[in-house]
Structure formats: structure tokens, C-alpha cells
Design a protein around this ligand. Structure first.
Ligand SMILES: Cc1cc2nc3c(=O)[nH]c(=O)nc-3n(C[C@H](O)[C@H](O)[C@H](O)COP(=O)(O)OP(=O)(O)OC[C@H]3O[C@@H](n4cnc5c(N)ncnc54)[C@H](O)[C@@H]3O)c2cc1C
Length: 452
């Protein structure tokens, strides 16, 4: 018996120290994660004939629409968004580092993920303005649409223009890369990164001062480039640098220190409070300003640009945005961080990147917060107060090299809240890599269907 037990607990080669038992538990837990067994939240329903408008049909909007379509058989749901192709954004880091082909992040037409039925109306226009006092909005085609309840799930806006000289059309040329823009530009970025990893040279990875979606993505880009440099032969000729506009590289202090130390072990320099201000694309030069306002010019062979981010203009310039406080400058949606209900208009809820909350511009946050929004919305429709409370869950399988990652999950208090008790969030593991590379996309697609 003892022998068997020891065998079960013995680490399996290549699994990042995971035992056979850990591996089997991981496989079972991974399946539960993908099918939603681990996170069943009691769902309500209502036969009230209300009209709900969902502004924005990305990760959050689609998932909410599918849940509401089931929960409100007599309700009318109007979804407003012109987007044609759905993008699986979390896969872009894998495209930009040559691990996935582009088509793997394009799972199909956006409309195909939305619910269908006599009471569902999909308007392929964009919201141009909100009139929350009169429970109305206007689209860019001039339609005025009234609602009883509104969900704002309009994502995020990239502010590449804030960097002087930046031209998104040039991503993929002359050393310029950016994983964030689109699948096309992620693919184009890989061409630049691939060439860099063969030859080496001066590489700069940047981080803006604003909140960004998936704060781990810029780090994944740096770690995977380092890994590729070693495999493709350019490491000895490389001078890699990570320049962050803030006082760190990630919001969790222990993880921040881990990353900076790991960069150092790989001869990669880190500069803090150092902001990308301008780029001369033709000359392959970047200008950074430091905390003292001094400008430093560097010549680069590879530049990875992470744009400043903010709420979409329509939200930013409406009464729905925070008027003061931390989230006012980005024009983020003013919601209570726990109920996700608007702070002024109780019939409005927010979900996803657009929310002005302390944490969580990730698909993982969307997955955990969609059931909260739906439950609270149904409570309000029933004439009650919202009861479900969101803890700020966010997560990032932080890839440290091909085949190895750390599954870091935390809440508003920055406390670690691991889903799997057999995975140490502070250790790199093969299982966390498999989560990112194999399991997250099926889970994400189930989330869109409103099933997890
Ligand atoms: C490179 C990258 C890597 C990432 N990695 C991870 C990861 O590893 N793990 C993870 O959990 N998350 C990751 N994320 C983050 C995750 O993808 C997002 O947080 C999530 O998709 C946000 O969902 P959303 O619905 O808020 O926004 P979106 O999915 O962007 O949807 C917003 C929708 O609103 C629409 N819209 C905008 N303006 C208007 C308007 N005026 N009218 C109507 N509609 C409008 C848009 O067309 C869009 O369809 C990553 C993101 C990127 C870019």
C-alpha cells in the first residue's frame, strides 16, 4: 500500500513537480473547470415582460445575453454591436509568439454566439450616445432605443495615439510589435519577434500607466520572447529591457518581485516609472520619460508597445462614467465594485473591461462576474435589492516559458484565491501551462454560451 501511495505521490517527469495523483486530480478538475461544475451559482428566472438592452456583444455581452435569454422567457432582449468576427483575445499572446496560428483565435461570426428567438433583436449598429435619465440610447445610425434595463459591456478602447509617432499600420514592420491590437497585428508581430529571436539586438517591452486588459499579457510577451531567444540562437546577442510607466510590473507585490528577479536572471533590465512617449518608426528609435521628466532616446531592434487604455468614448463622455475618483480619468463605467450595479442608475449594470472597478480586466473576471450581474439584475427586476456580491476575482495563467506557467488567481484584497488546492500559485507548473494552452479556450466558449 505504501509503495502504491509513494508511486501516486511521486513527481512525474515534465509535469513541473506534479505527482501522478496531482495530475489525475488536475485532469478531473480541468474538466470540471471547463464544464462549469466548479462554479455553479444559483440562477433565478422571471416571467416579467421587461425590455433589456445589452450594449456591446463581446465576451461579457454574449454570455449575459445567453443567460438572460434562458432566464427571461417573456422578456425582450436587444443587443447592440456591429462587430462581425468574434475574437478570442486571450489567445493573441500565443499568436504573437508563434505558438498558435491566427485562425485559432477567430472561432466564428460574432452573431453565431448570440441567442436567437422571436424576443431577441440584434441591431448591427454602435451606440452613439446614452440618455440614462430618459432610459434611452441612440445608435450611430440614428435609431433611438428605449429600455427598462441596460447592461453596458462595451469593452475597452486602445489609445495608441497617445504615443507620439505611433502608427498601428506599421505594427509588424521595422521592429514594431503589439499583441493587443488585433489577430492580424499579433500575427505580424510574430514575424518581427521571430526574426529578433534569431539575431538578438535591443529589445524593449513597455507598460503604460493606465489600467490594461490582462495585465499579465505584456509579461507573457517578454517571457516567451526570452524563451524563443534561447531556442532560436539570439540570446547571447540580445539586450532585453522591460520599461514600465508605473512603480512595478504587476499589481501583486510577491509576483512583481518574482518577475523582476527572473528578468534579472535572464540579463533583462527593468526600468520603473519610465513611460513610452514617442516613437520614430522609420529610424527605429523610442523616447521614454522617467520620473524626473527626463527624456531618454533608445534605438531598438524590437519594440513591444502596450497602448494606454480607457473606456470607449461613448461611455467616457456620458453620465454613466465616474465623475470623480480613481476611475474618472479613464472615463470608466461607474459601478459598485461588488454588485456591479450603476452607482446612479439602478436599472443599469456593467460587465467586463468597461467597469471602473479596482481589478479585473480579464476574461476570467467576465466568467465570474456574469452570473453576479444576471442574478442582481433579476433581483432588481423582481423589485428587490441586488444580493450577489462580486469579490473581484481575476486570474492569469502567467506563462514563464513554453510548457510552464503560474496560475495566479486573486481578489480585490489581492488575496490569492486558488481554484485548485493542489496547484501552488507561487510555483511554475506544467498544469498551469496546459490550462492556458488547452483548457481556457473551450472554457471560454462554454462561458459565451452561458454554461459556466
Ligand atoms: C492580448 C490579450 C491577452 C489576454 N489574455 C487573457 C488571459 O490570458 N486570460 C484572461 O482571462 N483574459 C485575457 N485577456 C482579456 C480578455 O480577453 C478581456 O478582458 C475580455 O475579453 C473582455 O471582455 P469584454 O466583453 O469586456 O470586452 P470585448 O470582448 O472586447 O467586447 C466589447 C464589445 O463591445 C463592443 N462595442 C464597443 N463600443 C461599442 C459601441 N459604441 N456600441 C456597441 N458596441 C460597442 C465591441 O465591438 C465589442 O464587441 C486578454 C486580452 C488581450 C487583448
Amino acid at each position: 500500500m505504501n509503495h502504491e501511495k509513494n508511486q501516486d505521490n511521486a513527481p512525474i517527469n515534465g509535469l513541473g513537480g506534479l505527482s501522478r495523483r496531482g495530475f489525475l486530480m488536475g485532469a478531473a478538475a480541468g474538466l470540471a473547470y471547463m464544464t462549469g461544475l466548479e462554479n455553479a451559482i444559483a440562477s433565478q428566472s422571471s416571467d416579467t415582460p421587461v425590455h433589456i438592452v445589452i450594449a456591446g456583444s463581446g465576451s461579457a455581452g454574449i454570455s449575459i445575453a445567453n443567460r438572460l435569454a434562458k432566464a427571461l422567457p417573456n422578456g425582450k432582449i436587444t443587443i447592440i454591436d456591429r462587430k462581425e468576427a468574434h475574437v478570442y483575445w486571450p489567445g493573441l499572446t500565443l499568436v504573437a509568439t508563434g505558438l498558435w496560428p491566427k485562425d485559432k483565435v477567430l472561432p466564428g461570426a460574432n452573431a453565431d454566439f448570440l441567442p436567437h428567438g422571436a424576443n431577441i433583436n440584434h441591431i448591427k449598429e454602435m451606440v452613439a450616445s446614452f440618455d440614462p435619465d430618459n432610459k434611452k440610447l441612440t445608435t450611430d445610425a440614428g435609431q433611438v432605443i428605449g429600455y427598462d434595463y441596460l447592461v453596458v459591456s462595451m469593452g475597452i478602447e486602445y489609445d495608441y495615439q497617445a504615443i507620439e509617432g505611433m502608427d498601428v499600420e506599421a505594427i509588424g514592420q521595422k521592429g514594431l510589435t503589439s499583441v493587443y491590437h488585433s489577430p492580424d497585428k499579433a500575427e505580424a508581430s510574430w514575424k518581427v519577434i521571430e526574426s529578433y529571436t534569431q539575431k538578438g539586438g535591443n529589445g524593449y517591452f513597455t507598460l503604460p500607466a493606465t489600467p490594461i486588459r490582462c495585465a499579465g499579457a505584456p509579461l507573457k510577451m517578454a517571457f516567451l520572447t526570452l524563451d524563443r531567444l534561447k531556442k532560436n540562437g539570439g540570446f547571447e546577442q540580445a539586450n532585453m529591457n522591460f520599461y514600465s510607466s508605473t512603480g512595478g510590473v504587476f499589481g501583486l507585490p510577491w509576483f512583481n518581485d518574482f518577475v523582476i528577479e527572473r528578468f534579472k536572471e535572464n540579463n533583462m533590465g527593468t526600468a520603473l516609472k519610465t513611460q513610452l512617449k514617442a516613437i520614430d518608426i522609420g529610424a527605429q528609435k523610442a523616447h521614454f520619460s522617467n520620473a524626473e521628466g527626463e527624456i531618454k532616446e533608445v534605438a531598438y531592434d524590437l519594440l513591444h508597445v502596450v497602448p494606454p487604455m480607457r473606456a470607449p468614448k461613448v461611455v467616457r463622455e456620458s453620465d454613466l462614467a465616474w465623475g470623480e475618483g480613481t476611475f474618472a480619468s479613464g472615463g470608466w463605467l461607474a459601478v459598485d465594485k461588488n454588485s456591479l450595479q450603476h452607482t446612479t442608475y439602478p436599472e443599469i449594470f456593467g460587465c467586463g473591461d468597461v467597469n471602473g472597478t479596482p481589478l479585473g480586466k480579464t476574461a476570467a473576471t467576465v466568467k465570474m462576474s456574469v452570473p453576479i450581474v444576471v442574478n442582481n439584475l433579476l433581483s432588481v427586476i423582481a423589485g428587490n435589492e441586488p444580493t450577489a456580491s462580486f469579490n473581484g476575482y481575476t486570474s492569469c495563467p502567467l506563462i514563464t516559458q513554453v510548457g510552464s506557467a503560474m496560475l495566479i488567481e486573486f481578489d480585490y484584497n489581492k488575496d490569492l484565491i486558488p481554484t485548485f488546492d493542489f496547484i501552488d500559485p507561487k510555483q511554475e507548473s506544467w498544469f498551469a501551462w496546459i490550462m492556458k494552452e488547452q483548457m481556457l479556450k473551450p472554457t471560454y466558449l462554454k462561458m459565451l454560451e452561458g454554461k459556466v
